[in-house]
Design a protein around this ligand. Sequence first.
Ligand code: AHR
Length: 503
Amino acid sequence: MKKATMIMDRDFAIGRIDPRIYGSFIEHLGRAVYGGIYEPGHPTADENGFRRDVIDMVRRLDVPVTRYPGGNFVSGFNWEDSVGPRDQRPKRLDLAWFTTETNEVGLHEFVDWAKKANTEVMYAINLGTRGADAARNVVEYANHPGGSYWSDLRIQNGAKDPFGIKLWCLGNEMDGPWQMGQKTAYEYGRAANEAGKMMKWVDPTIELVACGSSSSQMPTFGTWEYEMLTQCYDQIDYVSLHRYYGNPTNDTPGFLARSMDLDDFIKTVVSICDAVAGTKHAKKKINLSFDEWNVWYHSNQQDQEVWKQGKWNRALPLLEDVYNFEDALLVGAMLITFLRNADRVKVACLAQLVNVIAPIMTRNGGGVWAQTIYWPLMHASKYGRGTALRPVIDSPTYDCSDYEKVPLVDGTATLGDDGSVTIFAVNRDMSEDILFNADLRGFGGLKIAEHIVLHHDDVKAVNTETDPDNVAPAAGKGGTIDGGKLEVQLPSLSWNVIRLVKA
Ligand code: AHR
């Protein structure tokens, strides 16, 4: 049997894990809001129309922060449309997704949902069709205690206490031609600087995320970050990264290696942030908000059909990717990559949360179920807290389409505040189990609490409403710790969570 080893020590740490790396995203897109989190008349709907069955699934994921209301949607959104009496809110054409936005769910309703779902709101402002004035007004509306026009309007609309939204996105993917109000890096950097400055004057406690490139594949990637940061470095706290992967050519080994591209992407953006800091002689470091990431390609064809059948309907079933087992493995490897960069990646949002490229699916009037990708996110969010360790892994490797020397075992480890250690590992080997050893003597006496394995013999296996547990975690074969040395078998093609607690 092939072998891999992990060397680690409690003193070899990357840094504290910001729990917000287990964040997610709800956009006014498709059935994310209408038919996803909100469906009045559904048997589980609460008094405000929110589906309790969906809230339960979100709470089980333990999502510390949820980005809202977009995405591309936000670049044409008037936040004022989404507050005040519901029957007076305007219906607007959404040019991002060719649907009609009814504004039935708006800022107050989303804040209410977020409380129920136990998540913080990360709010995006429109820097596409609007600018600094609308941005400072929405901060005043949401966060100012009272005694001013916008804060008093919030109170009049039923919320005496400020919403206290801490994390704000300065627009979305402003480099993309598909974006309403696309800008050059200079134009965007100036707009972000002025909006950010005014927003922080209203509430100096907020944190701001500026748009990086909409993906590392953009022709302007790198130069965009450098120029944009040059213009707004002093005002902002994070730069955003977005990346989606797909496997349209059915090349599983190549697909599973994509987390190496993710790691390169992160390291490149960190370098650019630090290079701009150097030119400015700045002490402040800009960290990363990876606020859109996932697998996204299964639904591309279907979306064209949906639009052919009728644009401008409410809640069109868009971006409804049905995730398979190999997608869950890549999502696991991407989470491992975030943990390995925990010193600089402080926020990450799986895009998205419900129905739209999502871990949670619903049927209108029907059930809710976990897609395959639900599981690695849940495990990482639940057990990957505390300190990210810097283990060294010695693993056999393989070559694939885009990469050489891809480790068959991709993994990392975290140290909980209670002294527990959790190892996360993906075995990328298509046909063989791997014997995995780790030296734990530096951690005192530990015992195996649990070895959770996600595996399916068919990489294309999916979960559905009628077969929701087709791809679901199960107990591993068990392992041993002898003289502080862990030995566990990682099944071929598997996501593994090895939980070690004080003996
Ligand atoms: O998450 C779906 C879309 O992907 C978002 O609206 C946009 O920001 C990105 O292109």
